[in-house]
Ligand binder design. Structure first.
Ligand code: TTP
Ligand code: MG
Length: 367
């Protein structure tokens, strides 16, 4: 049994950096990427800005007129978003990142989680080495600088990555998690925005450590049960969200927490039934047929196990998913001596009907 090593790679000031790549004379100027709303020639918001512009207080989301005001007297360039160009660069980089991961999950145009547990042989020094390699490959191949964070889960990896930006690498080993997180301002935690941070401040909570030590009962009264459990776990660096293969065309998956940890097959399958129904609905909607069914189990010690089964023929049949999930969990539970905490179901290896049809048609017309 082992814990995970999760890496987050996020490209630095991405849209603006792409523009600098196209026109290196921009580098010493303030570069602002503008999303024009079209209402007037000048109205809109900042998509992102390079670090020269950030130094003057320009950041994502602020109105363009404010950005202009803050850059008065500074040599600056405003450019419209060129999404297609950025996407081309992103795709190349994502392919590189993927080749470094056991499990790869892209979460935005310039951001991806890599589960590197196996690749790094459970070793944080090896993971650091891997991050250096992947960042330098991206730099050499595309001249794009990136930052990476490494930790035992997504939450820690994400915060670590942000801390080291730009062009940084921050590694947080399991024994360093608490001392890393606790001094940070509480709004570093995903989901703690300005309003929540202000409410927390009223309760005397400024740092992540304050939040971790705050009375659980009182937190629940203010934020409700669900959110306060999340806050409490996050403040202690606990996060068991798996890194999951992403991409619409690659897989559809659902994951859910059980009422209590269990090794009981019937209870596990009961929870899976709901997930299977949701997955099936999506398969029908997207007209997809799968050739692979997989299960994920997050165990009581938070380790994650996955199993899958591949079929010769593509299918969209709900019965096929149910049978495969039962078979996989039956085998899995027979061997596991730990209780299961969360269960996941995944279908993948898709064959899109229309696509198959199209390929067939073009095959015949090419004869
Ligand atoms: P981010 O990774 O959040 O920002 P960034 O890459 O510009 O800067 P950082 O160095 O801090 O990572 O977002 C990636 C891209 O998404 C960003 O370049 C532009 C776009 N974006 C918007 O269009 N609007 C927004 O509000 C944000 C946050 C990002
Ligand atoms: Mg970025």
């Amino acid at each position: 049994m082992h814990a995970r090593i999760v890496m987050l790679v996020d490209l630095d000031y991405f849209f603006a950096q792409c523009e600098e790549l196209r026109d290196p004379t921009l580098k010493n100027k303030a570069v602002v990427i503008a999303m024009y709303s079209g209402r007037t020639a000048e109205s809109g918001a900042v998509s992102t800005a390079n670090y020269v512009a950030r130094y003057h207080g320009v950041k994502s989301g602020i109105p363009l007129f404010l950005a202009k005001k803050r850059l008065e007297g500074v040599e600056s360039v405003f450019l419209p978003v060129d999404f297609e160009y950025y996407e081309g660069i992103s795709e190349r980089i994502m392919r590189m990142l993927k080749s470094y991961a056991d499990i790869f999950e892209q979460v935005g145009i310039d951001e991806a989680y890599l589960d590197v547990t196996r690749r790094a042989s459970d070793n944080y020094d090896a993971a650091r080495e891997l991050a250096q390699q992947v960042r330098s490959e991206v730099m050499i191949q595309t001249q794009i600088s990136s930052s990476a964070g490494i930790g035992p889960n997504k939450l820690v990896a994400k915060i670590a990555c942000e801390i080291g930006k730009p062009n940084g690498l921050t590694v947080v080993t399991p024994s360093e998690v608490i001392s890393f997180l606790h001094p940070l301002p509480v709004d570093r935690i995903l989901g703690v925005g300005r309003k929540t941070a202000a409410r927390l401040e009223n309760l005397g909570v400024r740092t992540v450590g304050d939040l971790a030590g705050f009375d659980a009962q009182r937190l629940t009264e203010v934020f409700g049960r669900k959110l306060s459990i999340y806050f409490h776990n996050a403040a202690n660096g606990v996060d068991d969200e798996p890194v999951e293969e992403s991409g619409e065309a690659e897989s559809i998956s659902r994951i859910a927490t059980l009422k209590a940890n269990t090794r009981n097959l019937a209870l596990v399958l009961d929870r899976c039934t709901e997930l299977i129904h949701e997955i099936h609905k999506e398969l029908v909607k997207k007209k997809l047929r799968f050739r692979q069914v997989g299960i994920t189990a997050v165990l009581s010690d938070l380790t994650i196990r996955s199993r899958s089964k591949t079929f010769d023929q593509p299918s969209r049949d709900i019965e096929t998913i149910c049978r495969a999930v039962r078979e996989l969990f039956e085998k899995f539970l027979a061997k596991s001596d730990l209780g299961v905490r969360r269960v996941g179901v995944r279908v993948s290896a898709f064959e899109k009907e229309e696509l198959a049809q199209k390929q067939l048609t073009s095959f015949f017309t090419n004869q």
